[in-house]
Ligand binder design. Structure first.
Ligand code: HEM
Length: 146
C-alpha cells in the first residue's frame, strides 16, 4: 500500500506540473491577448485544481504512514526527515492553498481579464513554490523521478 501511494504521488507530480503550466499558458495568453474567458479556460484551471487536490490527498495519506516523516526527538536534525516532515508539507500546503484561492477568486470575478489575471498570478506563485519544494533526486537522496 505504501509503495503504491509513493508511486502514485510521484507520477502525479508530472500531471500536476503539466496541468498548471497549461492553465498558465491559457491564462497569460487570455490576459495579454484580451480574450474572452471561455469554458475551456475554466476547465483548464479546474483540471489543474483537481489534480493538485488529488496530490494533496495522496500526500496527506503518505504523511501518516511514511517512514520519512518523524516527530521523534532529534529526528528533525536529519535533513531528509526535516524536509518531508516540515518543509515539503508546509510549502506544498501553501502552494495548494494559493491555487485554490486563485481558482475561486477567478470564479467570482465578473470580467474576463480579471478572471485570467487571478488564475495567472495565483497559479504562477503556486507553481514556483511547488517546483522549489519537490524532492528532486538531485536534491534529496532516495527520491525518484517517477
Ligand atoms: C503539488 C503538491 C505536491 C507535489 C508535486 C509532491 C511531490 C512529491 C514527490 C515527487 C515526492 C517523492 C516521491 C518519490 O520519492 O518518488 C513526494 C514525497 C512525499 N510527499 Fe509530496 N508532493 C506534494 C504535496 C504533498 C503534501 C501536501 C504532502 C503532505 C500533506 C506530501 C507528503 C509527502 C510525503 C510524506 C512524501 C514522502 C513519501 C515517501 O517516500 O515515504 N506531499 N512528494
Amino acid at each position: 500500500m505504501y509503495n503504491i501511494l509513493v508511486h502514485l504521488h510521484s507520477v502525479n507530480r508530472w500531471i500536476v506540473l503539466l496541468l498548471i503550466v497549461l492553465a498558465l499558458i491559457k491564462s497569460f495568453s487570455g490576459w495579454f491577448g484580451k480574450k474572452d474567458f471561455t469554458d475551456a479556460d475554466k476547465k483548464s484551471a479546474l483540471f489543474a485544481l483537481i489534480f493538485t487536490h488529488i496530490q494533496l490527498i495522496l500526500g496527506l495519506a503518505l504523511f501518516f504512514i511514511s517512514p520519512l516523516v518523524s516527530f521523534e526527538e532529534g529526528a528533525l536534525k536529519s535533513e531528509i526527515f526535516r524536509f518531508y516532515t516540515v518543509e515539503h508539507f508546509t510549502m506544498m500546503i501553501i502552494a495548494i492553498a494559493l491555487i485554490t484561492i486563485g481558482f475561486s477568486l477567478s470564479k467570482r470575478a465578473q470580467e474576463s481579464i480579471t478572471k485570467f489575471k487571478r488564475v495567472a498570478v495565483f497559479y504562477l506563485l503556486g507553481l514556483i513554490i511547488i517546483l522549489s519544494s519537490i524532492p528532486w533526486p538531485f536534491r534529496i537522496p532516495g527520491a525518484g523521478w517517477f
